[in-house]
Design a binder for this molecule. Structure first.
Ligand code: ATR
Length: 278
């Protein structure tokens, strides 16, 4: 019997229980995925209680992706480098931390648009928070060397590039510079929370260029069709949605916990149907 869960705050509207219950069922396993909503004031005591539970693994979401690290017994290279953990596997009571956000993102692009990610692809990442960092890291791991970052606070974009030693090939840009040059990129990835419900009337950039043939991607999944994606579509871009990353980072966690290899096409179709019904 597989015993999984999620820690974070707030998590009542999380889609993870649906995804993992479906994965458990598809793999013909027995198991549960429980929500552990932990009040930030009680984190240290609650996490000790969680240690006492017989979990096989759990996900970690906002605001605990960094805070969990001091409670781990081991951490994999990507998570260590990013300083953020979204997946913990429990082996003989030992907690091992991973980060599946970046790799889940890259896999979701490859699944939807095979052969799009090439070493020569020109990529622009909008935003420079934790999500941007994970995605930038995964693009570099994949061998891409033409990835720029644009941010309201340009120093944060510059910081990420230096941390990952990308100064020789990546440029930090202002949002205005990004808007002006946006048609020069093959892939544009929106990683900020701008456009997320309830601020779903906003976009981090204003698009005025024809971007036909480029791929525009938003990691925001509520709403599915953000202002950013709506504008990109009207300018001729192909689209990649936040829910695709959400599903693939979850599948990656599930693979880490169970060593299984779920059929992603099947669950993607069911997930799309579920989201349409929301
Ligand atoms: P996460 O860790 O979840 O990726 P975060 O660290 O809160 O999120 O980062 C949010 C990103 O959204 C940052 O790049 C932030 O820009 P700044 O670094 O300049 O703060 C960006 N962001 C948030 N609100 C914004 C807004 N109204 N306009 C432009 N960028 C915004």
């Amino acid at each position: 019997m597989l015993h999984l869960g999620l820690i974070g705050y707030p998590i009542a509207h999380s889609l993870s229980p649906w995804i993992h219950s479906k994965l458990i069922k598809d793999q013909q396993m027995e198991g549960t995925y429980e929500l552990f909503e932990i009040d930030p004031d009680k984190f240290d005591t609650e996490i000790v209680k969680l240690k006492a539970k017989d979990l096989d693994g759990f996900n970690v979401t906002v605001p605990y992706k960094e805070r969990i690290i001091e409670y781990l017994d081991d951490i994999d290279d990507a998570a260590q480098f990013l300083g953020a953990v979204n997946t913990v596997k429990v082996i003989d009571g030992q907690w091992i931390g991973y980060n599946t956000d970046g790799v889940g993102y890259v896999t979701s692009i490859e699944n939807r648009y095979p052969d799009t990610l090439k070493e020569t692809s020109k990529v622009l990442i909008l935003g420079s928070g934790g999500a941007a960092r994970g995605i930038y890291y995964s693009f570099l791991q994949k061998g891409l060397r033409r990835v720029d970052l644009a941010n309201r606070t340009v120093a944060k974009a510059d910081h990420i590039i230096r941390e990952l030693e990308g100064e020789d090939f990546s440029q930090p840009l202002s949002i205005e510079e990004a808007e002006y040059n946006i048609d020069k990129y093959d892939i544009v990835v929106q990683t900020s929370s701008v456009g997320m419900s309830p601020n779903d009337h906003q976009s981090i950039v204003s698009l005025s260029r024809n971007v036909r043939g480029s791929l525009f991607s938003d990691i925001v999944y509520r709403p599915k069709m953000t202002v950013f994606l709506t504008q990109a579509q009207s300018m001729g871009a192909d689209l990649h949605f936040g829910y695709e990353m959400l599903l693939h980072q979850a599948i990656y966690s599930f693979k880490i916990w169970t060593g299984t290899n779920p059929d992603t096409d099947n669950i993607m179709k069911d997930f799309e149907r579920k989201l349409e019904g929301e």
